[in-house]
Design a protein around this ligand. Structure first.
Ligand code: AR6
Length: 175
């Protein structure tokens, strides 16, 4: 059952012992504020050194590094859209989730924890972003039903937690 594989949790993503955490990065992949800053601080300078070798990342794409001093084995860095209310915004945001899941499978990862991509300084409306996140992961899990992976949506704020919980409930009813 797909909904058995998905959990919405309140946590600091840098504390999670999962195979990969997903960073809401920017196109440089060289760190920043928000969750990106927290991940780089917790992982240590080796993370930045590896990120420098990656040549940045396009919006909607994702790249993987090791986790260094984090409890997570890997960090998948993805770049969400800066919200402009354009038709390309949902496509790009969905790409962040889909490409991260593809990378997880390519590396045979069994647990992945997403931060709320674009829901901070990039300004995406939280309910819409949550619906795209949940819909994309549900679709991916149903297309990859032969693959076992636990997916965590990690929330720092109550509004993100409420929106994700609501959207997971909606998709579970449909499933
Ligand atoms: N654990 C889990 N979630 C967190 C944590 C944490 N430690 N810290 C913040 N959040 P944001 P964006 C939540 O702004 O909108 C950076 O400067 C936060 O409450 O980090 O995609 C990058 O370099 C919010 O719900 O990411 C980019 O320039 C969510 O993480 C830009 O911000 C995402 O907020 C990316 O902006």
């Amino acid at each position: 059952m797909i909904f058995d594989k998905i959990k919405v949790i309140k946590a600091d993503i840098t504390t999670l012992s999962v195979d990969a955490i997903v960073n809401a990065a920017n196109k440089t992949l060289l760190g920043g504020g928000g969750v990106d800053g927290a991940i780089h601080r917790a992982a240590g300078p080796e993370l930045l050194a590896e990120c420098r070798t990656l040549g940045g990342c396009e919006t909607g794409e994702a790249k993987i590094t090791r986790g260094y001093r984090l409890p997570a084995k890997y960090v998948i860095h993805t770049v969400g859209p800066v919200y402009h209310d354009r038709p390309s915004d949902p496509v790009k945001l969905s790409g962040c989730y889909r490409n991260s899941m593809d990378i997880a499978r390519e590396h045979n990862l069994k647990s992945i924890a997403f931060s709320a991509i674009s829901c901070g300084v990039y300004g995406y409306p939280i309910d819409r972003a949550s619906r795209i996140a949940v819909e994309t992961v549900f679709d991916w899990l149903s297309e990859n039903s032969d693959y076992e992976i636990e997916v965590y949506f990690v929330c720092f704020n109550d509004d993100v937690y409420d929106a994700l919980t609501r959207n997971v409930a909606v998709f579970c009813e449909k499933a």
